[in-house]
Structure formats: structure tokens, C-alpha cells
Design a protein. Sequence first.
Length: 337
Amino acid sequence: MTRVLGRLRGANNEGVLALLIVVLALVVGTVAPAFWSAATAINLLASASATIAFALGALVVLVSGGIDVSFMAIGIFAAYATLKAASGAGWLSATVWLPFLLAIAIGVLLGLLNAGAIAGLKIPTLIATLGTQGIVRGVLITFVGSRVISDLPGAVADLSTSYLVVVGGRVQTPLTILVVPLALLCVAIALVLNRTLLGRSVYALGSDPESARRVGIPVLRTQVMVYALAGGLAAIGGLCHVVLVREADPFALVGGELDVIAAVVLGGASIFGGKGSVTGTVLGVLLISLINNSLILLGVPGSWQRAAVGLLLLVGVSVQGLQAVRRRRPAILEAIS
């Protein structure tokens, strides 16, 4: 029985998180019956799809033992620069793949800027990514552009009106087709983390960098690949956000890091590194999306939404701290005795 409960719980408490989502949905649905509708489910998926690529990048960094607060700035920089380039070069927007490839290339280059500061200059990850955030944001607004691009070019505009399904009568609610490639992206990142040498190296690096170095894991190269991957995922998230809102605002996204990091931490990723899963991250994103949408449905002011997410983040970090203390206690008692 204990073994069965352990499997349902999951290695990173994914089962507990899924149960929390179900309970929260039942409570909100009881208070506000309008919650039980296909439109609500589609809105939840749409808001989660705008966040999931950012969350996957934050997951990879957290598992490696770092923390990144520059991914939103990288995302909007890559998306805005790509669309500005596409507006001036029609061939770049002839197919939807070219803008995404360009955005990913920009994101990877900006991710390598983080890697250079962290792996090369040995700057702490939080300080390095804070600096990168300021540099990227300043360069974007000063040299790239500060005006909102509301006329999306070519295939990007077509993608913004491509839907997987549309529900409702007079008021219709569409579900973006982006949920399909983003779901495939989740599968791809899960395979990288669980089935490849890079994934095992990332977990080892986050668990104990010195031990990882001693067993022959290329720590420097792994860190470079982690932040390059995080930059590419941020670029995908930025362009997906632009497609969903149908405009590129250079002042958008930055400041939304709290929701993403909270979702990843609630999904079981440890702030101490070496622990986390794509499944938990997806559930964490859905939980944050559910909370935000439910509070809107219940008429709760936006300021309380931020407070709720911040409280959940503190709870998640506190639980991880208590678990870390419990794991260390037997070793400390054994050393004393």
C-alpha cells in the first residue's frame, strides 16, 4: 500500500500537485458555477501555453543548481527583434518556421551571454542574470525599438488566427494551435533530461558540482549548454506570447518572472538544484494559471493575484527547506555520535 501511494505521489510530488489542482477546481466550481465550461478550460490552456516554454527553460536552470531571472527579457528581445526584421524583409515571414528559427538563434546567443558570465567569469547566477536582464532590456529599447508592433507580418499573423478548436455560441472562445507544438516541446525536454547524457549531467551538476567534476562530467560545457538551451526556450516563449496577444510590445513580459519561477518550484523543482521534472512543471504552470483565472472569475483584484502567487512560492520554498533539513539530520546525528 505504501509503495502504491509513493508511486501516485511521484518523485517530485506530482501526484500531490495534481490532487491540489482537482480540489481547487472543485472549490472554485462550487463557489462560481460558471467555472464549469469549455471556455474556462480553453482559457486555462491558453494562458498556460503562453508560460510553458519559459517554465521549461527555468526548470533546466534550476535543476542545474542556478537561477535565471533574465528569461523574460531574452524572450521579448528575441521576439521583438525577429518581428522587426521580418517587417523589413518579407521573405523572413513567408513561412512560420523562419521567424521561430531566427528568434531561437537570438535567444541562444543571449543565453550564451549568461553562460559567459556564469561559467567563464564565475559570477553567481542570480547576479549574472540580473545584469543580463538589464543589458538586454536597455539594448532592446534603446537600439532595437520602443514602439509596439501591432501589424504582425505574414505567416506570424496567420498563426495568430490559427485555432485547434473554437467553442461557444455568440461569444466564441478559440484554442490556439500553438498548444500542439508546445506539448511536443514538453516531451522533447523531458526526453533530454531523462534519457540523454546532457540531462544526467544537468542533474548531477545541480546535486553536487564538485562530485560531478570528479566523475568526469564537463561542468563548464554543461553550464554553457544549460543557459544556451534556456535562452532558446525563452525565445520560443516570447514569440508564442506575441502570437497569442497579436502584438509585440518591447515593454511586455519583464516583471512576470515570479509566476514562472513559482510554477516551476511548486512543480517540484528544487531551488537547491538536482531535482525537478517536466510533468511537475506543467502541473505547476496549470496551478498558477488556475489560480489567476479563478481569482479573476471571483472578482478578486489583480494585486491579490500577485500576493497569492508570492505566498505559494514562499510555501514551496519553505517545504523544500524543511525536506532538506530532514535529509541532513540523520547524517548530522551520525557524525555527532
